[in-house]
Write a protein that binds this ligand. Sequence first.
Ligand SMILES: O=C(CO)[C@@H](O)[C@H](O)CF
Length: 532
Amino acid sequence: MAAPCYLGWDFSTQQLKVIAIDEQLRVIYEDNVHFDKDLPEFKTQGGVYIHSDRLTVTSPVLMWVKALDMILEKMKSSGFNFSQIRALSGAGQQHGSVYWKKGSSQILKNASPELPLHQSLKDCFSVSDSPIWMDSSTASQCRELEKAVGGAQHLARVTGSRAYERFTGNQIAKIYSQNPEVYKQTERISLVSSFAASLFLGTYAPIDYSDGSGMNLLQIWEKAWSKSCLDACAPGLEERLGCPVPSHSVLGPISPYYSQRYGFSPDCKVVAFTGDNPASLAGMRLQEGDIAISLGTSDTLFLWIQEPTPALEGHILCNPVDSQTYMALLCFKNGSLMRERIRDDCASGSWDEFSKALSSTVAGNSGNLGFYFDVMEITPEAVGIHRFNRDNQKVSRFPKEVEIRALIEGQFMAKRIHAEKLGYKVLPRTRILATGGASHNKKILQVLSDVFNAPVFTIDTANSACLGSAYRAIHGLVAERNVSLADVVKLAPEPRLAVTPTPGAEELYCPLLKRYAELEQKVIYNPASSCL
Ligand SMILES: O=C(CO)[C@@H](O)[C@H](O)CF
């Protein structure tokens, strides 16, 4: 009898990934299909089409279907034993949407095991190029939605976010207004995550609460669609979306298509798919009070929050592993590219010199503060470089090592301030899980630890969404018995402790954080007086 295993899928922007883990959570198989390289017939760049208006960004839905066919064939020819899979779950890039044409439910249900799925489903989509998260062509729909429901702050309070161009409700509103006939021909609208789950289920899979929180349509407290938001986007939307479900739901057994074509056990369960960031929270095994910081091109914060306060920045989502709590997502666009530019200007392009500068300057930088936004920042909406001395006077430059510390302290103080604005509280048990390029630099992590007054652990999250999906596949089988995800994955490798806060850090940074928040109000982008 083959040892049971669990699959985790990640339908991300550039590739489809799969990971198989055994009962001891050891990875026994992983594979991927890279859209540009392995499916060149679709001619995508980075898995997407950037349209001539530079605002519209889409991906061909049949490419995602064909990638699944391809990866399953690769697994089959590698001799993978599909009959050992007890459950599977997955993730999809958030906010993207898939439009199923009238009659497709029957075609999906009766797909012949003699054919690859992409051949059976080739006429099933009323929109062949799905809008995805990189799209920013729906500014007018965002304004209309906020107006229809009582303003940006009210929309944030109800759905967890103000209106964002990439959010699905606004994308659906654009399709309805520009192609009413296409919308009429559409019997079901999925997110990328629930579309992927549908392929395994052989019928339309419901949207889960967590990924549904990225649509500007779901009431995150009641966990039900907001009628006023639905009506503001398009008529008859509720029946096209179906009812949302808890993210740990077992949706049903895998479609017979997979048993007949690949040898899956008919008892293999499909657990609701979710968004890539919620899946990463599961993969990083975040617990209440933890913060995950991905220090990448843009810096992303995931927070596990009990009592969130939705704000005009950042996003509050239903928590994918505990439907009584929430997760927050904060994106900071000026991340590693900003750090590299200052490294080049002030440390001759060397991280060693950059680190030495951090060691040679005191925590708190003698009261010097800086805001570094080479590109328009998301959190907050601001642009440019703004430096202030200890007396809050604007200055045009800092000595090189002061500039380096002002950048790093400023980036991390902004993260703490905006996390606390969303209701996050640094608790005695708070852990910071750092990942991404800069998480290999201990001097940078020491500043992070001091600003948050919390220990920093490093964790490799290359496949966190995939791994998190495999963890959620296991969790789905026991969630109804109130077993927490943490219990299910306690055998997983622990994050490694990297640094702890310097004694006295909290007393030093508390007043600085207050000053930083006040000065930030001065640098926020105001189109009327753009020359600050
Ligand atoms: O838009 C985002 C989150 O709000 C991105 O992180 C996408 O989920 C990436 F696929």
